[in-house]
Design a protein around this ligand. Structure first.
Ligand SMILES: [Zn+2]
Length: 123
């Protein structure tokens, strides 16, 4: 099977990446690249490889999972997840004021995954 690379995540971020891909049933493997060595150990970036046919899907999943470019959410209807108040088609809770818009861009522009998206025009 032809695998295609997605670049790249820190060791800490990999747990999140792996669980997103696993939950979506996408096969993958990771390859570590040593970026530097500190007294505490090596610093690695992890390149993720997924089947080529799942590549776009995996990227969309990771963008979603890391909150990239979620600028605004659709209006929310239901019980407020924070206070339980009934909310009807609002972007924030009328009772407690919590915003239902996820904060955009949890990763900084300098993050390798964000650079990778820019490189492929996928952001
Ligand atoms: Zn509320």
């Amino acid at each position: 099977m032809k695998m295609k690379r997605i670049s790249s995540f820190s060791t800490r971020e990999c747990a999140h990446v792996f669980s997103l891909l696993r939950n979506a049933g996408i096969q993958f493997y990771a390859r570590a690249e040593l970026m530097g060595v500190t007294p505490a150990g090596g610093i690695h970036r992890h390149h993720i490889f997924v089947p080529e046919k799942n590549w776009q899907c995996a990227i969309d999943l990771l963008k979603e999972g890391f909150g990239i470019n979620r600028i605004s959410a659709a209006p929310f209807t239901g019980a407020c997840p924070a206070c339980g108040a009934a909310v009807h088609s609002r972007t924030e809770c009328p009772d407690c004021g919590i915003s239902f818009n996820p904060s955009p861009g949890l990763l900084p522009d300098s993050h390798p995954f964000v650079s990778f998206l820019d490189e492929y025009g996928l952001r």
